[in-house]
Design a protein around this ligand. Structure first.
Ligand code: AMP
Ligand code: FES
Ligand code: ZN
Length: 301
């Protein structure tokens, strides 16, 4: 198998694009896909400074790498969730990446905000699944860091992630979620703009990119994500893609064309009485949880 661009030995075949590529040309191909997403969906405007939320996994470290390659001055944010060794190892991966490249990495610890408690303890305290607490806490801390720093928040969501989320929302025709699923969400009072530059790149392409760039990412998934519905949807979509190459890309891009048909009144947001960030209730979920965590685990209130 030869590379379609340069004729050298190919390392990957991409059936959805009907090409095979060598390592160097794969990197160039991914750079072009990211540039296309940035241009087509206006993900980053000239002069905007990105803040990349990095989990230590292949996608977020790769998007940080790619933005640097494309000339953006991007900083990183790692959120230590307090999920045992998994969190320590992913922090290590994020730090190694930043140090090797001389990039600025900010680290936020969930325990510092919740009287020493991490996600597993908070989930027990609030009697909610860890992933739902985790999602809320991550969204809050990511937005706060980006908003206060005047940055555009960048996440590593790839095409497979977006297709799995979209599929779940379509199964239940969740109009509100459908109207808000976009590669870029605009700024609003108290909210930093959010963008996803990898929406045109698949999980497999990103794994190949990360390996070819020598990015030392953690393979380990969060222990709470095992058996999650999104993994089941991803598996289904890999089967669809196998039978019909390009299915994921068509599903996602065609959705973006009709997205304007889904409209739901925006929830009325007001500043949280404690922290000032937007919320639909008097006190935001983050502050409410912080108050509940006070005095737990033998910590002073
Ligand atoms: P996930 O919600 O785990 O699928 O992750 C989606 C995106 O959120 C990743 O690509 C990262 O950009 C970001 N992210 C996930 N976990 C963290 C973390 N612990 N710290 C900072 N960003 C994260
Ligand atoms: Fe948040 Fe798993 S519960 S990453
Ligand atoms: Zn608040």
């Amino acid at each position: 198998m030869r590379c379609r661009m340069c004729g050298q030995r190919a390392v990957i075949r991409l059936r959805s694009h009907n090409i095979a590529l060598c390592e160097g040309c794969l990197q160039e191909f991914i750079r072009r896909r990211v540039k296309k997403a940035i241009k087509d969906y206006r993900l980053l405007q000239p002069g905007e400074r990105p803040l990349v939320a990095v989990s230590g996994g292949k996608d977020s470290l790769s998007v940080w790498d790619l933005l640097g390659e494309l000339g953006f001055e991007a900083g990183g944010l790692y959120i230590h969730l307090g999920i045992g060794d998994y969190s320590d190892r992913s922090e290590e991966a994020a730090r190694r990446f930043a140090e090797a490249r001389g990039l600025e990495l900010r680290v936020e610890r969930v325990a510092d905000h919740f009287s020493g408690l991490g996600i597993p303890e908070l989930a027990r305290l609030d009697r909610r699944p860890p992933c739902s607490i985790c999602g809320m806490v991550k969204r809050y801390l990511m937005n706060k860091a980006a908003y206060e720093g005047g940055r555009v928040l960048v996440t590593g969501h790839n095409l497979d992630d977006e297709v799995a989320t979209l599929f779940g929302n379509v199964l239940d025709w969740k109009e509100g979620y459908l109207s808000r699923q976009a590669p870029r969400l605009p700024a609003a009072p108290g909210l930093a703009p959010r963008t996803k530059p990898l929406v045109l790149c698949t999980e497999r392409e990103m794994a190949a990119y990360a390996i070819s760039r020598g990015i030392d990412y953690i393979l380990e998934e969060c222990p709470f994500s095992r058996g999650a519905t999104s993994l089941f949807y991803k598996d289904l979509w890999n089967q669809l893609e196998e039978r019909s190459p390009g299915a994921k890309l068509r599903f996602y891009q065609n959705f973006l064309r009709v997205r304007h048909l889904f409209r739901e009144e925006e929830p009325r947001l007001q500043p949280c009485q404690s922290c000032g960030f937007p919320t639909t209730t008097e006190l935001c979920n983050f502050c409410r949880l912080r108050d509940r965590a006070k005095g737990k685990k033998g910590n002073p209130p």
